[in-house]
Design a protein. Sequence first.
Length: 353
Amino acid sequence: MRKGFVVSTFSGSLSVAMILAAGLLLRAASPTPGPSGYHIIKTVSVPGDTGWDYLYVDAGARRVYISHGDHTVVMDADTYAIVGDIPDTKGVHGIAIASDLGRGFTSDGASNEVTIFDLKTLKTIGTVKTDVNPDAILYEPVTKRVFTFNGGRRNASGGKNSTAINASDGTVLGTIDMGGKPEFSAADGKGFVYTNNEDTSELYHLDAKNLKVLDHWPLAPCKSPSGLAIDPKNRRLFSVCDEKVMSVTDADTGKVVANPTICDGPDAAGYDPATGYVFASCGDGILTVIHQDSADKYTVVENVPTKKTARTMGLDLKTHTIFLPSAEFDPPAPGERRGKMKPGSFAIVVVGK
């Protein structure tokens, strides 16, 4: 019998002292998180052989918005059926949803504009001009403004800034200089916006009301950050970077507090407050699942196989399911980065428990 454990002589059961001692031992030990249980549960074919970029899950309305070349595909988040399409979103990168206004927005990189659409009918309401190549797009609910993050184009002027738009009427309110190519963005629900700067490997902290840069924090050892997610409660931001690095940053001080190792070739991140999981999706066909042990401590739980090219993702906060666009490609010709997409190969990989 272990020291400190006392057995009752009249009932054969553990005494109160023994139970309390066992409880203290359990609390002293910090159990290692077990496997997440995530795996591929379905692969859904989507018609069309054009490229893609961001994917957005509207958990409340049960819709998944998929950027797909010159249009935006809408999928049911529960049945995975295609339920609609938003046409003429030329070179679409991202989707933002303003549920309180009944409006959605796409960043159309090829036409340097935002398409505004009705959430119920999916019909286009209007378009708004931005700077060059609007890429990431975000709805900030406190100011009720939409921000596009304009990447510009290689060897050309323009872009590398953010366009602020009044979500209610489509009025352009101003432009924020980013000093480099902005990538994914996140809002904290208090009127502040954060975005990764791919060129400078920094995290930008923006004032959504006054349209100005408050801080730009270095993310070292992170290089070329792309995907970004936020934990508003613990005030933590998750940037995925080259060389298998995730930088976890304090949203108030800009201090990098952790650098868990992730998969190779990341493009998106996600955070699920209900489970405490942080995700990174990568082009090597891996989804890294990380457990948030505390605000400053993170444990890699597992690397879940998905599919090559499944670099970006959307997280359904209701079902905890993850949607990842992917496709198959022919071998690249000499001097090309990527070969031609194989016809009929574009699909959404659904990962869940």
